[in-house]
Design a protein around this ligand. Structure first.
Ligand SMILES: *Cc1c(COP(=O)(O)O)cnc(C)c1O
Length: 364
């Protein structure tokens, strides 16, 4: 390790995950989702690895994220789908960024920007953004007119599932099919119909259409409760690790960290780890979050602070400079990100995405 804390990003794992999911889904197009800085992994490096693994397009939430990819020299197709109320799309169109369109106002702004490539987003039940079914015929007719005038090109139609249950997802699927048929009836010929994110792409083949939008699976994590990365043939890409920065030997009954929420059972060695909630290590995992030091599993002792936490290693020989792994690929003996998610009452998505800016990402 070159710094006292780091997130190792295994780019070959990203490539492997894309190849694995491409093979499974078999769709002509594969959209690698890179929002929130590549779920905390570093969007630019992940984009390159995903494209090397066979992704054909990139997806982000907002235009700023898309521009950051363009600034880094990535010229693959990029779509952004979450826009500010006053967005004009002028810079996005100039930089060849495709636009998810969720309202007639957005469609008109895209046309005014001139020559926008758009994907019409249909509301099918998630109740976030997207065109409401009662507006479909108006907006589709307008889009067809703007397309004839050369002001927009409707490259795609898409929606997003709730992942509540297979039954509820299939209700959304049926609404999506109705919407696609209505778009075609209005004269639109979207070549990329896309509905499934990772969970449906794996579990509901009928939702795959022309493209899948893969986020969490790209990073080697499972979207399913009770199915691990290994069950899905995926390799977790992020390893969060640090160096022990101090050790001290204390007597039995010694309080540890704020509030003395932990007291040593016997004489014990305490190891100090320089990661805290300021780095995205959730304070809710105090007393529970797992770590591996020297091949041995321990857990956080007492409260996680902003910058650091303590591990009670008992009589195990632990020294300053030893590596502490919080999570990574369980195949390598690391705890899983899901264990931290369970400890904190959240999901693996939030654990990796929340790792803070103070933690350097190191490609490996
Ligand atoms: C985040 C997101 C995805 C990716 O979801 P995963 O569950 O991480 O695969 C796909 N589509 C949209 C619209 C999203 O917001």
């Amino acid at each position: 390790m070159t710094s006292m804390r780091e997130a190792g990003i295994d780019l070959s794992a990203i490539e492997h995950n894309v190849r694995t999911l491409r093979e499974l889904t078999g769709t002509p197009e594969f959209i690698a989702v890179l929002k929130a800085d590549g779920y905390g992994h570093g969007a630019v490096d992940v984009a390159r690895a995903a494209l090397a693994g066979g992704a054909t397009r990139l997806g982000v939430a907002d235009i700023g994220e898309a521009l950051a990819l363009r600034d880094a020299g990535i010229d693959a197709p990029v779509i952004a789908w979450l826009h500010a109320p006053d967005e004009t799309f002028v810079e996005a169109v100039a930089r060849d960024i495709q636009l998810g369109i969720s309202s007639l106002d957005q469609l008109n702004a895209a046309a005014t920007a001139g020559g926008a490539v758009v994907h019409l987003k249909l509301e099918t039940g998630l109740a976030r953004n997207g065109l409401s079914p009662q507006d479909w015929s108006t907006v589709f007719a307008e889009a067809a007119r703007l397309e004839r005038d050369g002001l927009v090109r409707v490259d795609g139609v898409f929606s997003h599932l709730s992942n509540t249950s297979d039954e509820e997802d299939l209700v959304q699927l049926r609404r999506f099919e109705v919407g696609v048929a209505a778009a075609e009836a209005a004269g639109l010929r979207p070549s990329v119909r896309h509905l499934a994110a990772t969970a449906a792409a794996i579990a509901l083949p009928q939702t795959r259409f022309d493209a899948v939008r893969i986020g969490i699976g790209l990073y080697g994590l499972s979207p399913f409760e009770g199915r691990t990365s290994a069950d899905l043939g995926l390799r977790p890409a992020m390893t969060l690790r640090a160096q022990v920065v101090a050790v001290r030997r204390v007597p039995a009954g010694h309080g540890v960290s704020y509030g003395y929420a932990h007291r040593t059972h016997g004489e014990a060695t305490l190891a100090l780890v320089p990661l805290g909630y300021g780095d995205g290590v959730p304070r809710q995992a105090s007393g529970v979050g797992p770590v591996v030091i020297g091949g041995q599993r321990f857990h956080v002792a007492g409260r996680i602070a902003m910058d650091q936490f303590v591990v009670d290693v008992g009589d195990h020989p632990v020294s300053v400079g030893d590596e502490v792994v919080l999570f990574g690929d369980p195949a390598s003996g690391a705890p899983a990100a899901e264990e931290w998610a369970d400890a904190a009452g959240t999901i693996n998505y939030q654990i990796v995405t929340g790792i803070g800016r103070r933690v350097p990402r190191v490609a490996e």
